[in-house]
Design a binder for this molecule. Sequence first.
Ligand code: ZN
Ligand code: ZN
Length: 143
Amino acid sequence: MDYNDNRTMNDLKSQVIRPTRQRAMIMEVLNGTTKHPTADWIYDKVRKKCPNVSLGTIYRNLNLLKEKGLIRELKYGKNTARYDGNFDPHHHIFCLKCGKLDDIQCKVHPNLTKSVEKSSGYKIEGHQLEFNGICPDCLKKVE
Ligand SMILES: [Zn+2]
Ligand SMILES: [Zn+2]
């Protein structure tokens, strides 16, 4: 009985510590890539350093980090959610063939915001622009 009680205590303790460590590792993985990875990809990377981690834990932590505003979740259509640790203002371009998601550094013309405000009556606070097409790698394969 004592043994079981101790185990429960240890489990609880590890629940408090483990998620924090895993969160730090998720952040590290995200900050070290510009690929905008999926949860599966992050899971693979984190698992290499922390073999006991489960995909469910990764999802839970990703949601938490998202709620805390530490990462961004990107969802395009029916595609699996992708995650971005980069908070510098930037837009995304998505390859319709291979699913690659790249950053693009390109400022939106201020007139665009103005004309959207005019036609919608909204006061625009922000925007998300998504471009899609065929990436240079896939274009090469077609040729
Ligand atoms: Zn592609
Ligand atoms: Zn990005």
